[in-house]
Design a protein around this ligand. Structure first.
Ligand SMILES: CC(C)(COP(=O)(O)OP(=O)(O)OC[C@H]1O[C@@H](n2cnc3c(N)ncnc32)[C@H](O)[C@@H]1OP(=O)(O)O)[C@@H](O)C(=O)NCCC(=O)NCCS
Length: 169
């Protein structure tokens, strides 16, 4: 299988924050942002694999900045590393200033998707070839994030998480 670049899976979703999507402080409700990120990430995973994909895990979410009612929110997702059947997707969330149009980073998240066949069984995906410095940085750290996720899910013994252990040595 030929390698693909993150640019080939990059997916951008831009939408408004409407009143029905806010919390009592009139900021975007966290669950609504999780759904938008899941949608963008699933399209990125599908573009990389050209397969049916399912969310296997939400590895990390940081709601760093509240997103006020009426904001224009852009969710950008791209595959940051592909393993055998799983893909790590990095998601950056941007908010656009109404007057200047300048974008500032509001949140980020990391999801894991798995490509499956029609019976739901995991299936191989193409490798990822990072190009930019940021893509290379995200690629390099992805294996320890996968190991951490598997340890937390009880699917990998901590003493087998070699890449993760190396962080503390
Ligand atoms: C995701 C799913 C296909 C994994 O199936 P599984 O039986 O655990 O299969 P495997 O053990 O072979 O794992 C498949 C891949 O997923 C990865 N994986 C599984 N759980 C993971 C987790 N919690 N974190 C990170 N990766 C995970 C494995 O490491 C493996 O990756 P690799 O093939 O690239 O090495 C299965 O659990 C599933 O269908 N879950 C439901 C998905 C769903 O419906 N999502 C929507 C939520 S409502």
């Amino acid at each position: 299988m030929d390698a693909k670049t993150p640019a080939e899976s990059r997916t951008t979703l831009t939408d408004l924050v409407l009143p029905s999507e806010t919390n009592p402080l009139n900021n975007l409700f966290g669950g609504e942002l999780l759904a938008r990120m899941d949608r963008a990430a699933s399209i990125a995973a599908r573009r990389h694999s050209r397969r049916i994909v399912v969310t296997a895990s939400v590895n990390h979410v940081a709601f760093n900045k509240a997103v006020p009612l009426g904001s224009v929110v852009t969710v950008e997702a791209a595959v940051s590393r592909a393993f055998k059947s799983s893909m790590e997707i990095f998601i950056d969330v941007w908010v656009e200033d109404r007057e200047s149009g300048q974008r500032s980073k509001a949140n980020e998240a990391i999801y894991t998707f798995v490509a499956v066949d029609e019976t739901g069984a995991p299936i191989k995906v193409p490798p990822l070839q990072p190009e930019t410095d940021l893509e290379k940085e995200r690629f390099a750290a992805a294996l320890r994030r996968k190991q951490l996720s598997l340890v937390l899910a009880g699917k990998l013994k901590p003493n087998e998480a070699t890449e993760l252990k190396a962080l503390f040595e």
